[in-house]
Write a protein that binds this ligand. Structure first.
Ligand SMILES: CCCCCCCCCCCCC[C@H](O)CC(=O)SCCNC(=O)CCNC(=O)[C@H](O)C(C)(C)COP(=O)(O)OP(=O)(O)OC[C@H]1O[C@@H](n2cnc3c(N)ncnc32)[C@H](O)[C@@H]1OP(=O)(O)O
Length: 263
C-alpha cells in the first residue's frame, strides 16, 4: 500500500514499517518549497498513524539521498519569499525530528546541506558505500538552517561539528562511519534494504515502549543527570500500566511471541 503527498513524496507501508520516499530524482531531491510542504504533510500523517511503529526515510534518486535546499528555486526568491518559505521548511525538518517513533535514514550518494540535516533529524543513519555527507552551507554564503548546527554536535561533538561546518567539506562513507556521522555502512545499493531490515527488527518490539524510549532519549539528552532521570521516570510511568507491558510479560512467561496491543 502507498500514499502520495504531492509530487515529490510517497509513503509506502511494509507491515509495521512505514517508508517515506523522497521522490524528486531529476533534481537529486533538492528540497523545493513544494517538497518541503509534502515532507511536512507526510510526517503529520505518520505521527498519527499508530500502525507505523518505525519509519524509514529513503530516496528514489540514484545519485543522492538529498542535495539540500533547492538553490535554483532560492536563486529566484525575493527576500520576502525567502522569509515566507522559512516556516514551510521548518515544518518539514521539524516534522521529521518530532516523529514519535524510531526513524531511520537510508542514505546513498550525496546527503549535503539540508539533505544531511534531514538525515540528522532521524534517529539512525544507514549508508551505502557511495554515501557522501556534509554541511557545505558556508560555501554558498549561508549556514546550516535545517538544524545542523544543533544536531551535528550532538552526534560527533562540538569540535568535529565545527570542523565540518567551517570547512564545508564532504565526507565519504567509511570516514563518516569512523566519525560517527552515520551508524552503518553497507555495500553499494544496499542502504534501503538494510534500513528496512533494521526497521523490521525494531518494529517487532513494543510500539508503546519504542515511543516512550524515544521520548526519554530525546527529551533527556543534554539535561543534567538528575533531570534526565526524572524524564526517564516519567517515560517509565507512561508504559508501566500499558497493555503492551502486560502482554510483554505474559508472552515471556508463556514462552510465545508477543502480540502487542499498542496501547
Ligand atoms: C531538524 C529540524 C529543525 C528545523 C529547523 C529549521 C528548518 C529550516 C529548513 C531549511 C532548509 C535547510 C537549509 C539548508 O541548511 C541550506 C542548504 O541546503 S544550502 C544547499 C546545500 N547543498 C549544496 O551545497 C549541494 C550543491 N550541489 C553540489 O555540490 C553538486 O551539485 C553535487 C551534489 C556535489 C553534485 O555535483 P556534480 O555531480 O558535479 O553534478 P552538478 O553539480 O552538475 O549537479 C547536477 C544537477 O543538479 C543540480 N543541483 C545539485 N545540487 C542542487 C541543489 N542543492 N539545488 C538545486 N539544484 C541542484 C545542479 O544544478 C545540476 O543541474 P543542471 O545544471 O544539470 O540543470
Amino acid at each position: 500500500m502507498s500514499e502520495r503527498f504531492g509530487e515529490f513524496v510517497e509513503v509506502r507501508r511494509h507491515g509495521f514499517v512505514a517508508e517515506l520516499v523522497l521522490d524528486r530524482p531529476k533534481a537529486m531531491n533538492a528540497v523545493s518549497s513544494a517538497m518541503a510542504v509534502s515532507v511536512g504533510e507526510a510526517c503529520a500523517s505518520l505521527a498519527l498513524d499508530a500502525g507505523a511503529r518505525v519509519v524509514v526515510v529513503s530516496s528514489s534518486a540514484s545519485r543522492a539521498f538529498c542535495v539540500g535546499a533547492d538553490l535554483k528555486e532560492r536563486n529566484s526568491f525575493s527576500d520576502a519569499e525567502l522569509l515566507r518559505q522559512r516556516p514551510v521548511t521548518r515544518g518539514a525538518y521539524g516534522g521529521v525530528l518530532e516523529l514519535p517513533m524510531p526513524v531511520i535514514a537510508a542514505v546513498h550518494g550525496f546527503a549535503l546541506g539540508g539533505g544531511f540535516e534531514l538525515a540528522l533529524a532521524c534517529d539512525l543513519i544507514v549508508a551505502d558505500e557511495t554515501a557522501v555527507v556534509g554541511l557545505p552551507e558556508v560555501s554558498v554564503g549561508v549556514i546550516p538552517g535545517g538544524g545542523g548546527t544543533q544536531l551535528l554536535p550532538r552526534r560527533v561533538g562540538a569540535a568535529r561539528a565545527a570542523e565540518l561546518i567551517f570547512s564545508a567539506r564532504r565526507v565519504e562513507a567509511r570516514e563518516a562511519l569512523e566519525m560517527g556521522l552515520v551508524d552503518q555502512v553497507v555495500g553499494v545499493g544496499g542502504d534501503r534494504e538494510a534500513a528496512l531490515e533494521l526497521a523490521g527488527r525494531i518494529a517487532a518490539n513494543s510500539p508503546v515502549g519504542l515511543r516512550a524510549a524515544k521520548r526519554a532519549l530525546r527529551v533527556g539528552y543534554g539535561l543534567d543527570l538528575r533531570a534526565g532521570l526524572e524524564v526517564e521516570d516519567a517515560a517509565w510511568r507512561s508504559v508501566a500500566f500499558s497493555g503492551d507491558r502486560a502482554e510483554g510479560v505474559a508472552a515471556f512467561n508463556e514462552k510465545r511471541a508477543p502480540q502487542w496491543p499498542g496501547e
